[in-house]
Ligand binder design. Sequence first.
Ligand code: BTN
Length: 329
Amino acid sequence: MKQFSKLQHQLLDYLADGKCHSGNALGEQLGISRTAVWKQLNLLARLGLNVTRIPQKGYQLTPPFIAIREDRLRRNLASLKKNFDYHIFAETDSTNRYLKDLPGCDAISICCAEKQSAGRGRFGRPWVSPFGGNICLSIRYQLNCCLSKLSCLSLVVSLAILESLKKNSIHQDISVKWPNDLLWNGKKLCGILTEISSETNGYSNVIIGIGMNVNTDTTYLHLTDKACCSLYEITGKYFDRNRLIADIIVAVDLSLSRYLGNGFHLFHELWKRVDYLQGKLISVSQFSGTLSGTANGITELGQLRLVDEYGFEHHLSSGDASLGGFVPG
Ligand code: BTN
């Protein structure tokens, strides 16, 4: 695990405006030599930060980079009046793994990293995200409820994230793909990995992992074998991830309380309006095999309704859905 030093945070603050700053000016502001500035920037570049050196002029961060910081998240989340416990890293293996191994506590634990060296996706796939451009966030709740009450959790989280995007004036046509992806124009913007285990004391340990492409240019990055996109590509704007992360946490927290209190039916209506798969011919691969048919919404339990070629409706609790029918090999 790696964390930025106080000096690196200060240096990053000066460079956060996206402009070019000379080594001399940075050194003067920080009370260190020009060589020390150069050394620190080299360390940051080795972590993966894109530091551009402009001869005779200085250094610039391209694209602009505002680090994820505990103090900013705290400030942005203060209104929620909840007890959060923060774990912010420049690099860790996986924020979900980190929270899984963290000793239990009463607080809601939050883990964010600028980069994950072993980011986890669904079905054991890797989740790749370049340093500093995106959101790699995990939220851990220790809930006094049984696993069966949490069957729609990932759907609820997808809708909550969509809500938080609207709050940030992102009104483009973003849809949810069962069970838990956010897509724009059929390209993946955000993936969610929820990991739930039951504790011996009757509590459920719930880890909600969220990977969202934010400020990156995905055309040159081969993040997955599937088409993906970023908020920057959708809107043409760069985002301060501290604001977005806080808004996601607020929306997830609110939706989780509503879901635990009232069940899924409120969310069911919302889902229908933004369901990407509705009416499409799809294939769903599961551990037991692949099923093809037409997607026909979801049930009250969050299961996908898939009508096969014989008109029989299957209710699927999990699986990996892709467009197109299954062609037997
Ligand atoms: C998927 O679509 O396959 C789910 C991707 C989930 C990625 C996030 S990034 C933060 C958290 N930590 C991980 O290792 N994975 C999740």
